[in-house]
Design a protein around this ligand. Structure first.
Ligand SMILES: Cc1cc2nc3c(=O)[nH]c(=O)nc-3n(C[C@H](O)[C@H](O)[C@H](O)COP(=O)(O)OP(=O)(O)OC[C@H]3O[C@@H](n4cnc5c(N)ncnc54)[C@H](O)[C@@H]3O)c2cc1C
Length: 381
């Protein structure tokens, strides 16, 4: 019997996970990734719940445990560096782990690289479906034909734009932007995240396996014309937003200035009435996103395993498979698309009074005997 071919757009978290599972189920996956290689930027993300089981079945869990951070708390600091409150973070019982996004993506890529064809530095320019397959034109490579195409190409999915139309209909800016980068020096304390707030802005330094990473989250309406792939323009936005801050900001902004890889994106929600059209389906952030606040990495992993399983259950009926995938995975996604306002208010209070009230609440809360889970589950990807 002919092995079915699937083109996956995007080698982030969802794409390599899907490639792995499709090959296990007898499909022939090809992954096309727009970046020339894997990116180093990105904050730690959480792997939890069903995603832990999927990672275990992929054989990547030991590597993820090795790469996991040992963060157990977050200290809130003032402009002068004074510690104003500490919050316990995450679970120490091994049922979830926090790992740098770049390490997670690399582990999934390594698991899939022998099982799938990976093409870096190219992207889908056009798609044309007919009754028997999809003709794909690439920006650089020669045209090819596939049985199915999956868009796992993130918040600004190119596949989604080509097949489902412009993002204005289903993507909503949630009033914030996020930027993250590796700082290139060692973190002082491997167990503690430090976070400093200005009205409408937060900056945090995360220890990841000994080295420090910074995350900037700030409130802003949509910045017209800003392309998140234009690193120079994005760097300038961050430099301008934090120009008047205290604490370690001068040193951190020097690093932003010098960075050659910066993750920058709007905090946005993606909601679509359907995740497939004909032979093309969407996965991960491309299908449903609550960036920063939506458990996105774990959902990308479980969604990939679900989609591959559905396709293998009805290999001759991709429509039934896409329906089954969507029915099962939407149940996981739905709860994460709520609760943003609470998380945003806690991490990035809009005003100075809001920061003071949050700090007070943290001090009272952290005196309570029970171990607090912080940030709330819905605030971590
Ligand atoms: C470099 C980077 C850093 C990140 N850092 C953070 C972070 O610090 N905090 C956070 O909350 N979330 C971050 N994210 C998003 C987070 O990884 C995702 O929300 C989550 O992992 C869901 O995974 P995904 O595979 O659906 O999307 P992603 O992990 O975003 O992967 C999508 C992939 O598709 C590629 N791509 C995009 N467009 C195209 C195209 N047209 N053709 C081919 N490939 C394309 C991208 O380069 C990327 O590799 C980051 C994403 C990236 C790409």
């Amino acid at each position: 019997m002919k092995q079915r071919t699937v083109l996956i757009s995007g080698a982030g978290v969802a794409g390599p996970a899907l490639a792995y599972w499709l090959s296990r189920h007898g499909f022939r996956p090809t992954v096309v990734e727009r970046s020339a290689g894997q990116r180093s930027s990105g904050n730690p993300v959480d792997v939890r719940g069903e995603a832990m089981e999927v990672a275990e079945r992929m054989g990547v869990l030991p590597r993820l445990r090795e790469a996991a951070t040992s963060v157990s708390g977050m200290e809130l600091v003032s402009a002068s560096g004074r510690r104003v409150g500490r919050i316990a973070v995450g679970k120490a019982d091994g049922t979830e782990l926090e790992v740098a996004r770049a390490n997670l993506a690399a582990a999934l890529h390594d698991a899939a690289r022998e099982r799938a064809e990976f093409v870096f530095g190219d992207f889908i320019a056009a798609l044309r479906q007919d009754a028997a397959g999809v003709d794909v034109t690439f920006a650089a490579g020669a045209p090819r034909r596939f049985d199915l195409v999956v868009g796992a190409d993130g918040l600004h999915s190119g596949v989604r734009r080509l097949v489902f139309g412009p993002s204005s209909g289903y993507m909503r800016h949630l009033g914030m932007y996020v930027a993250t980068l590796q700082l290139g020096y060692a973190a002082d304390d491997p167990s503690t995240v430090l976070m400093y707030n200005l009205p409408g802005r937060s900056v945090s330094v995360h220890p990841v396996n000994g080295s420090a990473m910074a995350a900037f989250i700030f409130r802003s309406p949509v910045i017209p014309g800003l392309d998140n792939r234009d690193i120079a323009a994005c760097k300038q936005v961050v430099l301008d937003a934090y120009a008047d801050g205290g604490w370690e900001l001068p040193r951190l902004l020097d690093r932003v200035h010098a960075a050659d890889d910066l993750y920058f994106d709007s905090v946005s929600r993606v909601r679509l009435p359907s995740w497939s059209q004909g032979r093309v389906a969407l996965l991960g952030d491309a299908a449903s996103c609550m960036s920063l606040f939506g458990n996105g990495s774990s959902l990308a992993i479980t969604g990939a395993a679900t989609l591959a399983r559905a396709l293998s259950a009805t290999p001759d009926d991709y429509r039934a498979a896409f329906r089954a995938y969507e029915a099962e995975h939407r149940v996981r996604v739905r709860p994460t698309q709520r609760g943003r306002l609470v998380a945003g208010a806690l991490l990035v209070p809009a005003t100075r009074a809001g920061i003071t009230a949050r700090d007070l609440a943290v001090r009272v809360f952290s005196r309570a005997p029970a171990r607090a889970a912080w940030p709330p589950a819905s605030t971590r990807t």
